[in-house]
Design a protein around this ligand. Structure first.
Ligand SMILES: NC(=O)c1ccc[n+]([C@@H]2O[C@H](COP(=O)([O-])OP(=O)(O)OC[C@H]3O[C@@H](n4cnc5c(N)ncnc54)[C@H](OP(=O)(O)O)[C@@H]3O)[C@@H](O)[C@H]2O)c1
Length: 231
């Protein structure tokens, strides 16, 4: 498909692999234009096969000077979807009893603070009325659903992301849609080989949710099938 000004445009932050890469490919296959970020310039990327509809950029969401330079580069763009996907698992096997301050800081910066801080900076690039700002959360961040505190440190970081997002939404003056999304338990480096679904299944569902919710003006916590998750 030739580059078209009428094609929808998405920015996906954290698209080097896993769900971010999968979502970029899914949207490109649907005819979208995609700006996809990675942490360091790739020598090659599957996304380059999409030629003129893909732009690769670099940002580490925890690096303030990289974030500012990145925001400067995209500040005149108008995106139908800004999807902040980047995230990490908690330190394996650890709980509040033995996590170090450095591990906890890194986890909360990456999964909660940096995504929302970046969202504030990228807000001017989200198309008014029909634009969507999406955060990749997890059902494990649901205080109501995750009653056993599964993966407690990771869950706490996603619960923090959800609550910070609610604060962000409460301050919003722009008429946009904000989605807090759960991709399912997905076979990626993070989800592991025994996860319930594969990347194509998850990202097809996520893309359907994005297309269905454009212009709704809501802030909702949804899974990849569009089903509501209690906070
Ligand atoms: N897989 C699941 O079952 C599952 C379930 C619920 C929620 N999620 C969430 O879905 C998102 C994607 O997960 P995934 O399964 O695709 O994991 P993944 O395969 O480990 O990919 C994580 C992505 O985040 C990027 N990233 C990590 N730290 C970053 C930083 N500081 N700045 C910029 N990018 C950074 C990684 O880039 P590098 O390649 O440079 O490391 C990579 O592109 C995460 O937010 C995760 O919490 C996943």
């Amino acid at each position: 498909m030739a580059k078209s000004e009428t094609a929808k445009a998405a920015l996906i932050v954290g698209a080097s692999r896993g769900l971010g890469l999968g979502l970029a490919k899914e949207l490109l296959d649907r005819g979208w234009r995609v700006t996809a970020t990675v942490r360091s310039a790739p020598k090659s990327s599957e996304l380059l096969a999409y030629h003129d509809r893909v732009t690769l950029d670099t940002v580490d969401i925890n690096n303030p000077s990289m974030v500012d330079a990145f925001v400067e580069r995209v500040k005149h763009e108008v995106f139908d979807v800004v999807f902040i996907n980047a995230g990490i698992g908690g330190p394996p096997g650890k709980t509040a009893a033995d996590v170090t301050p450095e591990e906890m800081t890194h986890l909360f910066m990456t999964n909660a603070i940096s995504p929302v801080r970046l969202a504030y900076k990228l807000l001017p690039t989200v198309k008014l009325e029909t634009g969507i700002l999406a955060f990749m959360s997890s059902v494990l961040g649901s205080v109501e659903r995750n009653t056993h505190g599964t993966a407690p440190l990771y869950s706490a970081s996603k619960a923090a992301l959800n609550q910070l997002t609610r604060g962000f939404v409460a301050e919003l003056k722009e008429p946009i849609t904000v989605l807090t999304l759960h991709p399912g338990w997905v076979k990626t480096d993070m989800g592991g080989p025994h996860a319930a679904i594969d990347v194509p299944t998850s990202v097809k569902g996520l893309a359907d949710v994005l297309e269905a919710k454009a212009g709704s003006g809501v802030h909702e916590y949804l899974d990849y099938r569009g089903e509501s998750i209690p906070w």
